[in-house]
Design a protein around this ligand. Sequence first.
Ligand code: GTP
Ligand code: MG
Length: 194
Amino acid sequence: MKIKSAIFLLSASKYSGCPSDNVSEIAFCGRSNVGKSSLINAMTGQKKLAKISQTPGKTRLLNFFVINDLFRFVDLPGFGYANVPKSVKASWQKLVEEYLTRRKNLRAVVILVDARRGLRDEEMQLIDFCGHYEIPMELTFTKIDKLKSNELRHLKNECAKSPEDDSMHYSFVSSQKNMGLIELWRRLEKRLTQ
Ligand code: GTP
Ligand code: MG
């Protein structure tokens, strides 16, 4: 996909603050610090579109970006923060779940997983949740530049044991080294035109 424009639209702290649902959206969801904002920046070729920080928990809102005046990327709050009160975590979770279940224009959710950590309980729950609501998933392993080549091969072999289908596809990316981004774009273009 050729990126002609990528512009921040708005942030929403509750579902009613989301923009109209007449434009297709791709959401980015995953653990805090997994690289959601970095991936949005790398995919759009911009350094500072989505804010990145060393401090987990930076993205506390739903952040909407308009791409090519045609569709949107949505940066969702991460889960798994250590230093946040339970009540605050619950309110973010509710916001994410409300977004995922109510959004008619949601074409796919990119579920990010740190390639070094692999799938844990929270990721499995998210996959079950999206499966239950029939939301197409792009399971995307991030930070693959941190893996040795035999570790990456092993991860891909493990993934190959659970066959892909229309509801679930695997990608392997590094935002830092621009790896796997063209393949992921191909997947997302497919989702946007389906
Ligand atoms: P929250 O907004 O807190 O939920 O985090 P996030 O998922 O948006 O993660 P973010 O993009 O802010 O990245 C977190 C950290 O991981 C930053 O220090 C990034 O520089 C680093 N990072 C992101 N992508 C990559 C990558 O592909 N490779 C490496 N080595 N580091 C990365
Ligand atoms: Mg972020």
